[in-house]
Design a protein around this ligand. Structure first.
Ligand code: G3P
Ligand code: CA
Length: 345
């Protein structure tokens, strides 16, 4: 894992253009921003950050290596690590019996052979479901399915059952190299603030919730909900947080973020139309983690802008585009799939 320390060029307020160019209609559309207007105070600016060099941009596997392998399964995350991803992204929801599970949608209908709302099902019920068969690509040496050909163990019993966050954390902490984990809280949900309470308690059990001064937890928490981010800040003040943005609210168009938040998570669609937003964030010392970057032209745009993390369904393709294919894995840090934790599916 590379250091995030960088040279600190002097602040240059004169390079801050006015916010008007982010006011186009495209930046005003997107998913509902029900909670973005909570927390009116913005962060103070820190030392400006330079654009990041391509070789230093961490590649984060979105829902695992989810283009090839069914999303949010252990198989998808193991596959991402084998491909050399620097980090993993997951969405979390609370079950009816208060377990955090990695599921994107409110319902399990799309990604499993079952039906129902995650928050009304107990973990034991979710464990009955198959989260793999909805997307089993034809085996092949290239493209979707290649992962299963290369690593047949990904098909083992249990690797496509519901994934608890606890199991994903075990995968992260047991891995022989440092792996980042970007956890997204999904809102709205009937459990509201209980999500953040259970999340911080679980991270605390792993010793990941309260990094000491000068240390960085491999975990960060992201949300489109500014309220959720504020709850995390209150419960775990030293944990890094990311405000996800489907559009940039007017008050943040100068590159500022809510107080205490130092990472913006804009969708790639925002940077396509407003590439200058990256420089604005960097000018105020804020970092930029971009989702979901799968196309070659979008990867190139992220490199050109010097973003601070690329979140992709295709970590292998992004690493290759960055000139890093296999580089870190072949450095002797690649575990055998079967060695990841054979007793725990
Ligand atoms: O990494 C952020 C991204 O995952 C947000 O969108 O809908 O894929 O969770 P979504
Ligand atoms: Ca997500």
């Amino acid at each position: 894992m590379q250091s995030t320390r960088r040279p600190e060029p002097p602040n240059s307020p004169s390079s801050l253009a006015g916010p008007s160019s982010l006011a186009g209609p495209s930046s005003l559309s997107g998913r509902p921003t029900h909670a973005l207007h909570v927390g009116l105070r913005t962060n103070a600016s820190g030392p400006a950050l330079p654009p990041r060099a391509a070789a230093d941009i961490p590649v984060i596997a979105h829902r695992g290596a989810s283009e090839d392998v069914p999303e949010h399964t252990l198989a998808a995350y193991e596959s991402a690590l084998l491909q050399g991803a620097d980090g993993l992204e997951c969405d979390v929801r609370l079950t009816a019996d208060m377990h955090l599970v990695c599921v994107h949608d409110r319902r399990v209908n799309r990604t499993s052979n079952g039906r129902g709302v995650v928050s009304t099902l107990e973990l034991a019920q979710l464990r009955q479901l198959d989260f793999g068969s909805w997307k089993q690509p034809a085996p092949g040496a290239e493209g979707p399915g290649a992962a299963y050909v290369e690593y047949p163990d990904l098909r083992r019993e249990g690797a496509h059952r519901v994934l608890t966050l606890e199991r994903l954390l075990e995968l992260v902490v047991d891995h022989p190299r440092r792996v980042e984990l970007a956890i997204e809280t999904k809102h709205p949900t009937r459990y509201a603030g209980l999500v953040e309470e259970h999340l911080v308690a679980l991270l605390d059990r792993f010793g990941l919730a309260h990094p000491r001064l000068g240390e960085r937890s491999p975990v960060r928490v992201m949300s489109f909900s500014a309220l959720s981010v504020r709850r995390i800040r209150r419960l775990a003040p030293s944990l890094e947080t990311v405000l996800l943005l489907d559009r940039v609210p007017l008050r943040f168009r100068d590159g500022s973020l809510p107080r205490g938040v130092r990472i913006a998570g804009p969708g790639i669609h925002i940077l396509r139309t407003h590439p200058e937003y990256v420089e604005r964030l960097h000018s105020l010392g804020n970092r930029v983690h971009v989702w979901t970057v799968d196309q070659a032209s979008d990867i190139d745009l992220c490199v050109e802008l010097g973003v601070d993390a690329i979140i992709s369904n295709r970590p292998k393709a992004v690493l290759a585009r960055l000139g890093r294919d296999g580089a870190r894995v072949s450095a002797g840090s690649q575990p055998a799939v079967t060695g990841l934790n054979p007793d725990k599916p």
